[in-house]
Design a protein around this ligand. Structure first.
Ligand code: GLN
Length: 466
């Protein structure tokens, strides 16, 4: 859509002194402002972007955008919610500090559904980003701003995003970008504003597979500040780019194609056939518990979210009001005014499903379904290396279509993304061409800590649709 200065080329040019950083950064500032005017990917643009920084490190002065649920020192962080308006964290999330230490420059904070609650970024208190392929359509969610900016920018840039149940895959598919959701625990969650702690993962949205691999190499690795951080050294994931797929076993689960739009199915199967032509071994397979993933996901996610949101009481961070009554009344007033409709829905449902008397029927049952899903996927990974499916079952919907959807209809669109997220598996969404002028994403899922296989396979697909 836009002429691309590749990240890889840019970093080489910076290192060799062929690009003047000052000139480049002032161009990026101007272009970001005009992208913001047209498509609104940002909640906050960093007023100090790039000032007085010399290019250094593996990300030598590369513009980095950060989803607004990750804390950034000195830069407003709202997680898309009015209740956090005015919150300026005194510290950086680990992923952000690692990107900065590697030479990345924080361009701004990208728009998202409030606390990650959504699939279209329309549940954002600061306005929904518009899809650069068709401004009447969504960029997906909840990391919609990250997808939007990545698709719209013709300057080199990488977005740090987050997924709980598909929030990287959906925007990547809808904006024609690459979305890498790592294994749970691969990237530190320190400084991430929680949605659902047992599923939240910090990941990447980028123009090319190489860029996602590069960013994962920078932000991944053990962090003592996150008790669920995986104890392993960092790895250079760029070595998997272009490695080829000869002999790679790719499973295609039929359940993931049920109800998919014909154009989506066609593009995804074209991409799978491309993998086959490049030497992969493709087999059909079945994942029979798929239909239980959406209900199990929403029970667990809402249960955890309702607990996490209890801390927003108008006292410690963000929105405050005049204290005129006792605390419980004040607390209710602040929350009534400052949480959006979807956040309220999730607080009510999550509290209900965890309550004594309902806990066994909903929450505990959902945990058992989660174990069954993990077992079924683990058995599948005994036979295949990666699983291929549509990233999203539909093309990006128009905003007026989204308005007409019930919450259940919207939740059901997460049917291809919730199972891998419940199980903590890594996934990648890679562009698989266009249908009716709109992008389609191929989703690849691998076993825990097998991001390398995803990167190899996705880079092979990327070559077919250039
Ligand atoms: N659409 C899903 C939800 O609303 C996923 C969101 C996410 O991954 N943060 O919960």
């Amino acid at each position: 859509m836009v002429s691309l200065i590749r990240v890889k080329t840019f970093l080489e040019d910076i290192r060799e002194g062929r690009t003047d950083p000052e000139e480049f950064l002032s161009g990026v500032r101007e272009k970001s402002a005009s992208i913001q005017e047209r498509y609104s990917p940002f909640i906050t643009i960093n007023p100090d972007f790039g000032s007085g920084k010399a290019a250094s490190g593996p990300l030598g002065c590369l513009p980095i955008s950060v989803k607004d649920c990750l804390c950034t020192a000195g830069l407003r962080t709202t997680a898309g919610s009015r209740i956090l308006d005015g919150y300026v964290p005194p510290f950086d999330a680990t992923a952000v500090s690692k990107a900065k230490a590697a030479g990345g420059l924080i361009l701004g904070k990208t728009a998202q559904d409030e606390f990650g609650f959504g699939t279209f970024s329309t549940n954002c208190a600061y306005g929904a980003p518009k899809n650069p392929h068709d401004a009447e359509r969504t960029c997906g969610g909840s990391s919609g701003g990250a997808g939007c900016l990545t698709a719209a920018a013709d300057f080199p840039h990488i977005a740090i995003a987050e997924s709980t149940g598909g929030s990287i895959t959906a925007p990547a598919a809808f904006t024609g970008t690459v979305g890498l959701t790592p294994t749970y625990g691969r990237v530190s969650r320190y400084g991430l504003i929680d949605y659902s702690n047992s599923m939240d993962k910090v990941g990447v949205i980028s123009k090319e597979v190489y860029d996602s691999a590069l960013m994962l190499s920078v932000i991944g690795g053990y962090d003592p500040l996150d008790s669920t951080s995986h104890r392993a050294d960092g790895e250079d994931f760029t070595k998997y780019v272009g490695k080829g797929v000869r002999g790679l076993k790719v499973g295609v689960p039929k359940e993931y194609f049920e109800g998919a739009a014909p154009g989506v199915e066609k593009q995804v199967m074209d991409a799978v056939h491309g993998l086959e032509s490049a030497g992969a071994i493709v087999t059909e397979m079945s994942l029979t518990f798929t239909k239980y993933a959406v209900p199990a996901y929403y029970i667990i996610a809402m249960g955890e979210a309702s607990t996490n949101l209890a801390k927003y009481c108008g006292m410690r961070y963000g929105a405050q009001e005049k204290v005129e009554a006792e605390f419980s009344e004040y607390f209710s007033k602040v929350r009534t005014h400052n949480f959006g409709e979807e956040a309220k829905r999730r607080i009510i449902l999550g509290t209900y499903m965890r309550a004594a008397g309902f806990r066994d029927e909903y929450y505990m049952k959902a945990l058992r379904v989660r174990s069954l899903l993990i077992k079924e996927f683990k058995a599948a990974f005994g036979h295949v290396d990666v699983i291929a499916a549509p990233s999203m079952p539909i093309l990006p919907p128009r905003f007026d279509e989204i308005k007409g959807m019930s919450p259940m209809e919207a939740y059901d669109l997460d049917r291809t993304t919730t199972a891998p997220n419940l199980c903590g598996f890594p996934t990648i969404s890679v562009p698989a061409g266009m249908s009716d002028g709109l992008p389609v994403g191929l989703q690849l899922i691998a076993d825990h800590f097998e991001e390398g296989k995803l990167i190899s396979a996705a880079s092979s697909v990327e070559g077919d649709f250039d």
